[in-house]
Design a protein around this ligand. Sequence first.
Ligand code: ZN
Length: 180
Amino acid sequence: MSGNVVSGNVVSGNVVSGTANIVDNVQTGAPVPTQPSPGQPSRARRMFWPVTGIAGLIGASAYIGMVDPNQAGHYPLCPLKYLMGADCPGCGGLRSVHSLMHGDVVGAVDHNLLVVLAFPIAIVWLTLLLIARWRGQPIAGSTWVRKWATPLAYAAVALVVVFTIARNLSFVPFLDSGLS
Ligand SMILES: [Zn+2]
């Protein structure tokens, strides 16, 4: 690790109170702060909402894994499906999560492809978020994230639109939610 060392110390993401250590970003050469500014909330406060959210997601997934959405009466029916008979992008999502919780990836894809695609992305993103919050750095501090966030967001929206149209076309197999 080379670069501008302001106060004589080089740290790699460790919190050292008081001094402002700066190291070069490997990709851009732009200086990236390696520790939070003095006014930054404590680590416990930074971690609270990400950890709470992840615990909630794990709890919800476990619940959906245990309470089978394939059996009627456990969950409310999708309003779009109920009123218009069409699949929204989320239709089949609960059954897809249920299948994933039971290790049935093919069944999960059959119920809702987007859920299966989103699962590993969510795990990677939440891991990056946890690391960033632990270190007291913005998740957007990564050049890769800054460069790709906007194009990826547009691509995700386009994918959801195409998926929603395709799964409601009768001649496209496999993408529909499986509910008639
Ligand atoms: Zn729906």
